[in-house]
Ligand binder design. Structure first.
Ligand SMILES: *Cc1c(COP(=O)(O)O)cnc(C)c1O
Length: 420
């Protein structure tokens, strides 16, 4: 329970905001000075080259945003109206919306405690229930790689392709390979809050030249090679602007630096919280190197005070020695620091209330409320609905690269004070 008062930060401490360095402006100016102000130019070519090189892919197509890349990825993967598509459940809804744009029907696969990403046992269960599924959309939450090699093996066994959403995990590796390089197609994002940014932008990643050409064509209104506007298939206006590409190009040399800063932030939190009844967002320490885009906390079950969330609001009852995400987020906000609840799982979202949800013990529909009401446990004694549990007990901490050590120490004190 919060017991202390802190003086608010004079400048807001952000969850994750753009960090500029100077080169961005030079490349933007170059676009301006040479009048390559549209969707063709040297910056775009460089972003495609750098992104392919960085992710270890043969090709990257520069697009207006990660969501556009995911949309075209669904078309590459062959999502058709009425098709079931297995999807990560604890992710940002931009992972899922493109499935629905193409008429697909998302079936959500529950989360594992190990990495907060797609649970392998739940995915196996899903294929038992729906053996005909041919597309699986997998995200790497908060920059932490999921067990993507194992997921790929399961998908190969069932003849399914993977759309790999690496929007949050550019620069993270699993078994020595970059995330974004495992899926049949991969996606990254340069949205303003990501590890590097163009203010907007994204890329579709592939090793197939035909896919590269096709996606580039779709993204520029599907114009055929003719003297006039000739169209044989539906197109989109999804190409990246050469001005935006200038920002991304100027950010690329700083990717490793950003990752190092985020790693230091995570390590500092981890060290400082070792005596609190909390854990940091976990990762596979043997096989993965995350980019640590966001640092998160999970409060131990027995250190949770009572917290209830409705669809749009939350209540809690403070208790000595205990806390909850709502209390911590309110304490941070009061001091002009931005935290955020864990991304609310898709199976708990009203818009997807009729979609399937598969846990490691099978069909998980109808169990979410049971968890909240009393904690429905699986055979292993842990909650069946892992996503709901992490959402209930977890939160994202301020993780901005520009946060000073002193700022972070104060954040740490604020969090500690919540458990007094
Ligand atoms: C940010 C994000 C996206 C979307 O990227 P935009 O560039 O904002 O369209 C997709 N998936 C995940 C997991 C994201 O965090």
């Amino acid at each position: 329970m919060v017991t202390k008062e802190f003086t608010p930060f004079e400048n807001k401490v952000w969850l994750s905001s753009p960090t500029m360095h100077g080169e961005e402006l030079e490349y933007m100016k170059e676009a301006y000075d040479t009048n390559w102000m549209s969707t063709v130019g040297a910056n775009i070519n460089e972003v495609e080259r750098l992104t392919a090189e960085k992710t270890g892919r043969k090709y990257a197509v520069a697009l207006s945003c990660g969501t556009a890349a995911l949309h075209l990825a669904m078309k590459v993967a062959g999502v058709k109206p009425g098709m079931r598509v297995f999807c990560s459940d604890m992710t940002f809804d931009a992972t899922i919306n493109p499935v629905v744009y193409e008429g697909g029907v998302p079936v959500f696969i529950d989360t594992e405690y190990d990495t907060w990403n797609m649970d392998l046992a739940a995915l196996e269960k899903a294929f038992e229930l729906y053996p005909d599924v041919k597309v699986v959309v997998v995200a790497h939450l908060y920059g932490t790689p999921g067990k993507i090699d194992e997921i790929r093996n399961i998908c190969e066994k069932h003849g399914a392709v993977i759309v790999e959403d690496a929007a949050e995990s550019l620069g993270s590796t699993y078994k020595g390979k970059m995330t974004g390089s495992f899926g049949t197609v991969g996606v990254c994002s340069f949205n303003g809050n990501k590890i590097i940014t163009g203010s907007a932008g994204g890329c579709l990643l592939t090793d197939d030249e035909a896919v590269y050409e096709k996606v580039k064509k779709w993204s520029t209104q599907s114009r055929e090679d003719a003297p006039w506007y000739q169209h044989e298939e539906i197109g989109y206006n999804y190409r990246m602007s050469n001005v935006i590409a200038g920002v991304v190009r100027g950010q690329y040399p700083h990717l490793e630096e950003h990752v190092a800063q985020k790693t230091a932030i995570y390590e500092r939190y981890k060290e400082s919280f070792k005596d609190l009844p909390v854990k940091m967002n976990p990762y596979d320490e043997v096989n993965s190197v995350p980019n640590f885009w966001l640092s998160c906390l999970l409060i131990d079950e027995d250190a949770m005070c009572r917290q209830v969330r409705g669809e749009q609001d939350a209540l809690y009852i403070g208790e000595h020695g205990k806390s909850c995400p709502t209390e911590i987020l309110e304490a941070l906000a009061k001091c002009n620091a931005e935290g955020r609840p864990i991304w609310k799982p898709m199976h708990m979202q009203p818009i997807f209330r009729n979609n399937g949800f598969i846990t490691r013990e099978g069909d998980g529909r109808g169990r979410t409320n049971a968890y909240i009401a009393g904690g429905k446990l699986g055979k292993d004694g842990r909650p069946i609905d892992v996503g709901a549990d992490i959402f209930h007990r977890g939160l994202c901490l301020p993780s901005d690269n520009k946060m000073t050590v002193e700022d972070q120490e104060k954040i740490i004190e604020i969090v500690k004070s919540c458990f007094e």
